[in-house]
Design a protein around this ligand. Structure first.
Ligand code: ADP
Ligand code: MG
Length: 339
């Protein structure tokens, strides 16, 4: 029987001097799957992708792509894969067609086959109308679609994408996500993406490996990952509170049932709680500090919550987020499942 796994990663490790960027990771990707590596900046996502696409050598461990070993048979691997790196590589002064022709000619593709393929690919990204326009005149979304399609010229079975929506406006991100899903659905291309964007991972990936400090800390479908915190007796309360004071927040943080408390704005708290008594305890604590609950919601957990829960910190590193984590109690660290 044909191997169900198109990618098998075993104990893959990359060190730079004394620093371990990728720390002994193992996972498999099924044929036809969209697989995500989700984690904050510096987690080791790009380094992992670079090793898998033979651009960097592992320090230890290895992986196979379609049965080819990334160390022993990098030529075999390269025939299987396409890579879209973080940087866009495209010549502004050349037209869409000329760019693809240039990059296509780097592969050993017969001219007539390449001509036909370029037309098909431009059709696929809905740029046929623009094929004779200079890429320099394109919108960011159009350029990124060109960038993705450039990696498809050799009809790869596996497409690696490093942060495909990084720096894109919301509309362009939607375009790219849709395109990648379509490519996966219609051509059966196996896709591995890296991202630090929760929404990318959630909307695009069949399975997600959450990466932190070079390690895989959880691996599952988005739905199952969310069950990690919505399951059992854990839930997220979103409360609007009149008279929200720092003293009140500290009191809530000190509650046994509160696992993480984040302040969203001057009147809103998000509290990850566990236990039957949680609801009463929280309300009591707020009353004691003269707070008045004006509304309350029971939230569905997002991947962001999952990440926070598992790692104890946020995936975003932006300082403008007012979320505070000092009181995070990683009680569920032992519960995390790695499949
Ligand atoms: N060539 C290199 N030399 C030294 N350190 C590196 C090199 N490449 C990456 N790193 C370090 O390895 C860590 C992981 O980097 P990277 O894989 O780019 O993370 P991510 O893509 O998840 O943001 C970072 O701390 C980065 O600074
Ligand atoms: Mg990166």
């Amino acid at each position: 029987m044909e191997n169900e796994f198109i990618i098998e990663v075993q104990n893959l490790t990359k060190t730079f001097g004394k620093f371990t960027a990728v720390d002994n990771i193992s996972f498999t990707v099924k044929k036809g799957e969209v697989f995500g590596l989700l984690g904050p900046n510096g987690a080791g996502k790009s380094t992992t992708l670079r090793m898998l696409s033979t651009l960097a050598r592992p320090t230890k461990g290895t992986a196979t792509i379609g049965g080819y070993d990334i160390v022993k048979n990098d030529t075999g691997v390269r025939k299987m894969i396409g890579i879209v790196s973080e940087k866009m590589i495209m010549y502004d002064r050349l037209t869409a067609k000329e760019n693809l022709w240039f990059f296509g000619s780097l592969f050993n593709i017969p001219k007539d086959v390449l001509t036909k393929r370029i037309d098909e690919l431009l059709e696929l990204i809905q740029l046929t109308k623009w094929k004779n326009a200079q890429v320099g005149t394109f919108s960011t979304g159009m350029r990124q679609r060109m960038n993705v399609v450039r990696a498809l010229l050799n009809l790869p079975q596996v497409l690696f994408l490093d942060e495909p929506t990084l720096g894109l406006d919301p509309q362009s991100s939607v375009e790219i996500r849709d395109f990648i899903k379509k490519l996966n659905r219609e051509n059966g291309t196996t896709v591995v993406i890296t991202t630090h964007m929760m929404v990318d991972a959630d909307l695009m990936c069949d399975r997600i490996a959450i990466v932190d400090h070079g390690k895989i800390v959880a691996l599952d479908t988005p739905a199952n990952l969310k069950k990690l915190i919505s399951g059992a007796d854990t839930t997220i309360l979103k409360l609007n509170i009149a008279n929200l004071t720092s003293e009140l927040i500290e009191t809530v943080r000190a509650l046994k049932c509160a696992d993480a408390v984040t302040q969203e704005n001057s009147t809103t708290l998000k509290i990850l709680v566990h236990g039957d008594e949680a609801f009463d305890s929280v309300i009591d604590a707020i009353r004691v500090k003269n707070g008045k609950v004006t509304s309350m919601e029971n939230l569905q957990p997002t991947l962001e919550d999952v990440f926070l829960h598992i790692t104890g910190h946020q995936v975003r590193d932006s300082a403008d987020q007012k979320i505070k984590m000092e009181n995070h109690k990683p009680f569920a660290r032992q519960q995390r499942r790695i499949r």
